[in-house]
Design a protein around this ligand. Structure first.
Ligand code: UDP
Length: 317
C-alpha cells in the first residue's frame, strides 16, 4: 500500500512510518520539521520525505491523490506550545485537518486522524469512554486550546464521515518512548529524563497525585496500523492507551529507580514550569474496550518495561 503520513517526522509519525516500511509498504512523510527522527529511514527506497506544511494545498492534493491511506498526524502538540503559542496550535490543528479531510474527500481516501485524550479535559469520571463528556476550562486558559482544536478536527472527521468518507479518530493517551521529544522539553517523560541524566531533582508539579496512563509507543503504533487496515474501525472514535494508571510521583520514583540516577524529586508550583495559562488534568485513564474490540489490540508493554527501554535510548544519545 501507499501510505501518506502528515507529521511523519514527529515522534509517533516516525514510529508509524517505520512500522509500515517494516511491512513492506511505501511511505511518504509530509512534514516541514527537521528530519532528525526519520534520518534512519532515509536509505529505504520505499521512503520519501516532503518537507512542507499540510497547509501547502497543491502539494497536499498531489500526495493524497498518490496515497491509498492517509494518516493525519501533523499538529502542534505539547503543553509548552498550548500555553506559548495558542495561535499556531489553533491554525495548524484546525485548518490543517480541514485541508487534509477536504483533499481526502475529493480523492476518496481513508483518513486516520490522530486526536488526543486531552479532548476529555478534566472530566473527573475515569476511565474515559469514547462517549464520555468533555470537561474543559475557560477559553482564557490557553491550555485548553489544544483540546478544542483536536475536538474541532474530530467534528470535521465525523462531518466528512456523514458525507461518506471512511475516517477513524484515534485518541492517544500519553504515548512515550524513544525519540519522544528533546530532553528538558515537551512532555513530562523527557523533562524528567533531562533532570535524571544530570542528577538534578525531578520537578513534580503540585503534590504529584495527578495520574496518567502512559502508553508505550510500540503499542500505540500497533493500534494505529490496525485502524488503517480494519473496515470495522471506520466511523468511530477509539481510545488508544494503557490501563496502567500511575501518579506522577510514582512515575518520578520509577524513573529514578530504573535509571539508577542519584536524583530526588521535589514538589514545584505549576508556575515554576509553565508561567501562565496552565491548568492540570487530575486523572486520565482510558476505557480500552473499543481498542480491543475494533482494533484487536491491547497494550502489552508494562510501564517499567517501556520506561526501561526509553531511559536506555536516551542514555545512548
Ligand atoms: N508534570 C510534572 N512536572 C513537569 C512536567 C509535567 O509533574 O516538569 C506533570 C503535569 O503536571 C501533568 C503530567 O506531568 O500532570 C503530564 O504532563 P505532560 O505535559 O507530559 O502531558 P499532559 O498529560 O498534561 O498532556
Amino acid at each position: 500500500m501507499k501510505i501518506l503520513v502528515t507529521g511523519g517526522a514527529g515522534f509517533l509519525g516516525s514510529h508509524l512510518s517505520e512500522a509500515w516500511l517494516g511491512r513492506g509498504d511505501e511511505v511518504t512523510v509530509l512534514d516541514p520539521a527537521p528530519d532528525l527522527k526519520i534520518r534512519h529511514l532515509r536509505a529505504n527506497p520505499k521512503f520519501r520525505v516532503i518537507r512542507e506544511s499540510v497547509l501547502e494545498r497543491a502539494i497536499l492534493e498531489g500526495l493524497v491523490a498518490w496515497a491509498d491511506l492517509v494518516y493525519h498526524l501533523a499538529a502542534v502538540v505539547g503543553v509548552e506550545h498550548y500555553v506559548g503559542d495558542p495561535y499556531q496550535v489553533l491554525t495548524v490543528n484546525i485548518n490543517g485537518t480541514q485541508e487534509v479531510l477536504g483533499a481526502a474527500f475529493r480523492h476518496q481516501k481513508k483518513v486516520v486522524f490522530s486526536s488526543t485524550s486531552e479532548v476529555y479535559g478534566r472530566n473527573p469520571a475515569v476511565p474515559f469512554h469514547e462517549d464520555s463528556d468533555r470537561v474543559l476550562g475557560t477559553t482564557q486558559i490557553d491550555r485548553w486550546c489544544y483540546a478544542t482544536s483536536k475536538a474541532a478536527g474530530e467534528h470535521f472527521c465525523f462531518a466528512f464521515a456523514r458525507m461518506g468518507l471512511p475516517v477513524v479518530v484515534l485518541r492517544y493517551f500519553n504515548v512515550y518512548g524513544p525519540r519522544l521529544d528533546r530532553l528538558d522539553s515537551g512532555r513530562v517523560v523527557t523533562i524528567f529524563m533531562g533532570q535524571l541524566l544530570r542528577g538534578e531533582p525531578l520537578t513534580v508539579i503540585g503534590d504529584g497525585s495527578q495520574t496518567r496512563a502512559f502508553t508505550y509507543v510500540a503499542d500505540a503504533v500497533r493500534a494505529t496500523v490496525e485502524a488503517g487496515l480494519r473496515r470495522e474501525a471506520e466511523g468511530w472514535a477509539i481510545n488508544v492507551g494503557s490501563e496502567e494508571e500511575v501518579t506522577i510521583r510514582e512515575l518520578a520514583a520509577r524513573m529514578i529507580k530504573l535509571s539508577g540516577s542519584p536524583s530526588r524529586m521535589i514538589s514545584v508550583a505549576k508556575e515554576a514550569v509553565y508561567d501562565r495559562g496552565y491548568e492540570d488534568v487530575p486523572r486520565r485513564v482510558p476505557s480500552v474496550r473499543r481498542m480491543r474490540e475494533l482494533l484487536g489490540v491491547r497494550a502489552a508493554v508494562t510501564l517499567d518495561e517501556g520506561l526501561g527501554r526509553t531511559i536506555e535510548w536516551f542514555k545512548r544519545q
